[in-house]
Design a protein around this ligand. Structure first.
Ligand SMILES: [Zn+2]
Length: 179
């Protein structure tokens, strides 16, 4: 659906799959003013965005409102999926892993490109983890980073720990405890 706004294309596709699902499509750039309001109404947040600013904005809102965050990314032949179950006090957040002021250069898919099937794989794993968290089934990827090297067909899982000096989740927990 080239030429159609992404949110409209997504809504049409979802309604075609299941007409009973109510899709609220918001065609707007997420700002810090409305991120908290939207996240507070959600049971769970899936981050499928393609830029660092929005990823950190969503992470901050999820930390503040203690919502599980299922984050996915794909670039070239590399995919990654992370779950931050921020309902748990010992859970790391996105910023523990990728600090907001980090040296990580923003690499956008529009510039670097992505192996098309990889976005489907990463999206399906995110959907799987989201459904498990919502249904409270099994063990989630919380506290782990799942890496897929599509070229080598290699999956790896790394443990991720909460950074006690993380300015996003450490500060928020302290201020919450002090209240
Ligand atoms: Zn953190």
């Amino acid at each position: 659906m080239v030429g159609t706004p992404k949110v409209e294309a997504a809504r049409s596709a979802l309604n075609a799959l299941n007409p009973e699902v109510e899709v609220v499509a918001l065609k707007t750039r997420l700002g810090s003013a409305d991120a908290g309001g939207l996240v507070s109404q959600a049971d769970l947040v899936l981050d499928c965005t393609d830029n660092c600013a929005t990823r950190h904005l969503l992470n901050r809102a999820c930390v503040e409102h203690r919502k599980p965050l299922v984050s996915g990314a794909a670039i070239r032949f590399d995919g990654q999926v992370m779950v931050f179950d921020l309902r748990k006090p010992d859970s790391p957040c996105y910023s523990c892993l990728f600090p907001e002021n980090g040296e990580v250069e923003e690499v956008q898919c529009s510039v670097m490109g992505v192996f098309a099937p990889l976005t489907g794989v990463v999206g399906a794993v995110q959907a799987m983890e989201a459904l498990k968290l919502l249904a409270q089934v099994g063990e989630s990827l919380s506290g782990k980073l799942l890496l897929l090297d599509a070229k080598k067909a290699d999956w790896r899982t790394l443990r991720v720990k909460k950074d006690p000096a993380c300015p996003v989740c450490a500060t928020s927990r302290d201020s919450a405890a002090a209240r």
